[in-house]
Design a protein around this ligand. Sequence first.
Ligand code: TXA
Ligand code: MG
Length: 320
Amino acid sequence: MADILAIDGEAVARAARVLSDGGLVAIPTETVYGLAADATNGEAVARIFEAKGRPRFNPLICHVSSLAMAERFVDIDPVSRRLIDAFWPGPLTLVMPLKENAPVHPLVTAGLSTLALRMPCGPAAEVIAALDRPLAAPSANTSGRISATTAEAVADDLGGKVDLILDAGPCPVGLESTIIKVEGDAISLLRPGGLAAEEIEALTGKRLRRADQRAAIQAPGMLASHYAPKAGMRLNVHEAEPGEALLSFGPTRAKGAEHASHHLNLSETGNLREAAANLFDYMKKLDATGAATIAVEPIPHQGLGEAINDRLARAAAPRE
Ligand code: TXA
Ligand code: MG
């Protein structure tokens, strides 16, 4: 079982040593815990896929601790630069052209000519600065399972497969980063996440291009089950069935709530930020009750609600 170290200078130094030796470290970020490896070390990156049991080599997000480090690896267009100025460090990932001969291992990019980069807040940035190399880090959970937002959740799931776990308490955002790509005049939203799309639209004055819903359904794999709890998920529930576990949102209750086997409210006051931070933890807690179904009350589809509804839809998608 990996050591769990509370964040301090000694823990940061030890994490940097483990990473420099090609090890895997679970690190806290503001979004979710990441399963991190040195992005320039192919064997270390391969261990990420092995530990997660990821069936395919999807490209991974890399994490940097400074703009200067980002510029060593990618070409930054003017729109991406404005977004970086406004939102880094923070829950925004930008896909940008990889510099020729940038020493990122091709496993990280899945052979693409672009690299997804973000600068996380807090202790993760200290570890990256100490290592002086980017960290490839997907969420620290077994592939297809709910992302970990606490060090305990990482330990339960991957404790035997990582070399070290850093503990900075629960992640304040609780959802993975928003991923965007500037393509000529257009800005595409590749994944809704912890930075509301509206904030990006307000800054750039452009409506983000979302994946066409029908095209997404036609593309195999797009609705593949992800974030899957063991329980079935029923979404947009106005009336709960007796014996279902109920995941609520806001001050008004679904009918039949009193007959739910268990009940948690993502945010009593209807605050989407609070709901995002609680989402994965509450899904896990309700799943652990052994309820056959988790019924979820409607979540408004604005601000962080877009990302919350995205994760819920994936959790509810048919299992492979
Ligand atoms: O909040 C987060 O983003 C978390 C924390 C740990 O930072 N990280 C995370 O990373 O979710 P990861 O590696 O699981 O994200 C991978 C996703 C891919 O499935 C793909 O959608 C997108 O990032 N991606 C990565 N590289 C890409 C590229 N070159 N082009 C397009 N999409 C890319
Ligand atoms: Mg993940």
